[in-house]
Design a protein around this ligand. Sequence first.
Ligand SMILES: C[S@@+](CC[C@H](N)C(=O)[O-])C[C@H]1O[C@@H](n2cnc3c(N)ncnc32)[C@H](O)[C@@H]1O
Length: 471
Amino acid sequence: MRFLPVFLDLQGASVALVGTGPAAATKLRLLQSAGARVRWYANGSGIAERAIAESAAGHAELIAADPRAADFSAFTAVVSATGDDLDDEIAARAWSHNVPVNVVDRLDLSTFIFPAIVDRGDVVVAVGTGGASPVLARRLRERIEALLPARIGDLAALMGRFRSRAAQVRDGAASLRQFWERVMDGPIGAAALGGRWREAETALARAIERSDDARAQSGVVFLVGAGPGDADLLTLRALQALQDADIIFYDELVTAEILDRARRDAERVPVGKRSGRPGIGQDAINERLADAARKGLKVVRLKGGDPFIFGRGGEELDYLRQAGIEVVVVPGVTAAIGCAAEAGLPLLFRNEATQLTFMSAQHADGVGKTDWSKYVDSKTTLVIYMGLSKAAAVRDGLIAAGRDAGTPAAVLVRGTRKDAKYLTGRLDEIAVLAAFAGEGPGLLVIGDVVARSDIWRNAAARGRESAEMAA
Ligand SMILES: C[S@@+](CC[C@H](N)C(=O)[O-])C[C@H]1O[C@@H](n2cnc3c(N)ncnc32)[C@H](O)[C@@H]1O
């Protein structure tokens, strides 16, 4: 490591900036955002005047004098970006006064360099490559930007405000550390990261006072939506929960690719139904989640799609809350949204499709039959979950109730996964399409918008091709 990463307090500090180009203007903004008083030796440049005029916040002063004549001992740092021999002279003067100096694109003259920065208020991440590759540093910064919750700085500020109060109430560093870990990982952290300030603040104040409450010792259950299958469709919050988990209870829709993103040593427990065999049952799942949380573990209940869309997440939430266990719900991309996006299928479309219905086909036939007359409006797009084996009943019910038999329809099976199959046709063909698509999970989509999808257009193009070949 050639450069030691440190955070320099520049609030109100005097910093000399030399040079007139865009690189100097960029450094001006950075120095101002750290609260520096910038003395900019820009030699009457129009760029500098504009940059100062545009920077609403921060203190900067244009100096017309020769920077070599300045009193360098008065500066906390010097930044030079002239790109010519003046850089060498400025660096030499800074060195002689032991003032830290950065010369843009001249590592040999610099005693400090600017890292690539992720700036989230109180949380700042600096990435450096020792000056070797600013492009690589920026690429790494982008990755970190994507991983960090947007309001992480606000969470840090909230914890900062209560830090000394918590230290007074809690005995010992270990107990304090565990307390803050629970704050970050539990509902208080989730409320802060979700922008629910009042709730987060009130809960934190209460949690600090509740130091010997048994509940404070228990773990947390995260009800996490895993999305439809493609691991890249996990939300950032879901990924964070997976990477923090001690134990993961997952259902049969969760792909191996998604489980691979979890913390390596987290225990993985399958609780779903597998190829026709019954699962362990909802009551047993509820109890196991509660037991694991009572042991103080960070528990993830991982479900395909979104936990609240035909996922029984609501029942688990109720049970756990009644058992006095903290629960954080992390939404996921539901199958309809993920599959439609991949199929280029706009589920709603201006005046053409103005209503969207997600329904389960579990009651498409037999007991508690569906009232299909509610779904015959031609402007309603109908997405039917768990409907592959009930496609004939769906077809018959809808057509008998008055939906046009020629309505465009799609069957989306194993959506967003490597072996996805998307088929299109008419409503009166939907049972054939479903039989042809193979093993689920699968969705039926019925509505005029299907004809706007990529999969419909591709199928039409393929149809034209084979007609031409036959001719
Ligand atoms: C018990 S529901 C769970 C739904 C899930 N909570 C969600 O929000 O997507 C299971 C049904 O979701 C649908 N489904 C889940 N993943 C799917 C996928 N990758 N492709 C198509 N349909 C899917 C199927 O209709 C499947 O029968």
